[in-house]
Ligand binder design. Structure first.
Ligand SMILES: Cc1ncc(COP(=O)(O)O)c(C=O)c1O
Length: 406
């Protein structure tokens, strides 16, 4: 029997909200840290585990089920990324998705690695260690100070890239949506510029904040490594991520961590590696998580197209940004409404002195309002998703206003 497509959900995200146990007892703004898991995804994980036990756990009858589950998700992610399923690899999280394909590339001593100055510390540390092992130079690409509207930020980033590129540049590392300022990077235009460089540097994109929050097709299709996770904006389970890889990377990168799943013949150590994304998968992992992520992605699809969902996320982050701008003692990092769902801001007290972001986070947490602090730049960050209501935004702004007035 053909699979039934799920019924459409309220495009304003309220049906989805009803499905999330985590949202029943708190006012939540940490979607960029971890998204809440819908009940249907929790059920899908459990159902997959039950099936796995009924058919297996280790019998000839269980393998077709495991293969169907992973193939379905690989195909769905291929559609989200706008790439063929062979260009999709599963990973455990964003960081390993960035680093495992990267470390397998052919490096030469003296190559330069250009890293955005607003990247996540784990990815930066992995790039630095790569540089140490291969005697590469590491330089910074200035993007964190691009705080204006999307068009001027994109122009600023491209100008900064132009200044930073040298004949020895072999890699550019940048997020699609910056986790601290909330600015979008012009990834497709950067890829185009790099293709014109004599060495055609690799482009590694950290998609931690983009998959599930903004349309990713153009960027994922243009990057060499576009690494994401299911546990943030996709509202899937933690422990499962995915990478979109370019064809040239699949040809040139050797797997870093190797196991039977990387091999084209899993029974033979001398068989060679898969030619597709599976070369970066390692060994036994948790298939029920795939059923959970697949369910979460289907639920998001039922709320509208990627573009429609993005516009709704922006409507709510725009509301929050606008209300913060109008509140004394609060200064958003961006000077225009955020292009995604991340809204970062600083707080000052009545004398204009900056307040410690972590103190604000603690005080709001005591009221059941959850956001986070960031160190660089020091600020608070609130995320709005499809499930965020205008009333929640109002509650947050009122609590912040009381806090800065105290
Ligand atoms: C931009 C960015 N990169 C990487 C990470 C790390 O994600 P993971 O734990 O899935 O590797 C995060 C997590 O917040 C992030 O925001």
């Amino acid at each position: 029997m053909a699979a039934l497509s799920p019924p459409a959900l309220d495009p304003q995200g309220m049906d989805l909200r009803q499905q999330m146990p985590a949202l029943a007892n708190k006012t939540y703004f940490n979607y960029g840290g971890q998204g809440p898991l819908p009940q249907a995804s929790l059920d899908a994980i459990q159902a997959a585990w039950v099936t796995l036990q009924e058919l297996g756990p280790f019998t000839s009858e269980v393998w077709p089920f495991l293969n169907r589950t992973s193939t379905k998700l690989r195909e769905r992610l291929g559609q989200w990324f706008g790439v063929a399923p062979r260009r999709v690899a599963f990973s455990e999280n964003v960081t390993s998705g960035c680093l495992l394909p990267l470390w397998g590339l052919p490096w030469e001593a003296g190559d330069t690695v250009l890293i955005g100055d607003a990247e996540h510390p784990g990815v930066v540390a992995g790039c630095r260690e790569l540089a140490r092992r291969h005697q590469l130079h590491v330089t910074n690409l200035a993007v964190a100070d691009q705080r204006g509207d999307s068009a001027s930020a994109a122009a600023g980033v491209l100008a900064s890239l132009e200044q930073a590129l040298t004949p020895s540049t072999r890699l550019v590392v940048l997020s699609h949506l910056l986790w601290n300022t909330g600015q979008i990077m012009p990834i497709a235009a950067i890829a185009e510029r790099l293709a014109a460089h004599p060495k055609h540097p690799w482009l590694l994109v950290d998609g931690a904040q983009s998959l599930g929050s903004i349309p990713v097709e153009a960027a994922a299709g243009a990057a060499d490594i576009y690494a994401c996770t299911g546990h943030k904006w996709c509202c899937g389970p933690e422990g499962l991520g995915a990478i979109a890889l370019s064809e040239r990377l699949l040809l040139e990168s050797r797997p870093t961590l190797i196991g039977w799943r990387s091999l084209s013949d899993e029974g033979s150590a001398s068989s060679g590696f898969h030619g597709d994304g599976r070369r970066f998968e390692v060994a036994t992992s948790c298939t029920p998580l795939m059923a959970g992520l697949n369910q979460s992605l289907q639920l998001l699809e039922a709320c509208g197209t990627a573009e429609e969902r993005w516009q709704r996320i922006r409507a709510r982050s725009g509301q929050l940004w606008g209300e913060l701008v109008g509140t004394e003692g609060i200064t958003p990092l961006l000077s225009s409404p955020p292009p995604g769902g991340l809204v970062s801001f600083t707080l000052t007290d009545g004398l204009g002195r900056e307040r410690l972001p972590e103190d604000g986070v603690k005080q709001l947490g005591r009221q059941g309002l959850w956001l986070r602090s960031l160190e660089n730049p020091a600020c608070l960050r609130a995320c709005t998703h499809l499930t965020t209501t205008p009333e929640e935004v109002g509650r947050l702004v009122r609590s912040l206003a009381t806090l800065v007035a105290a």
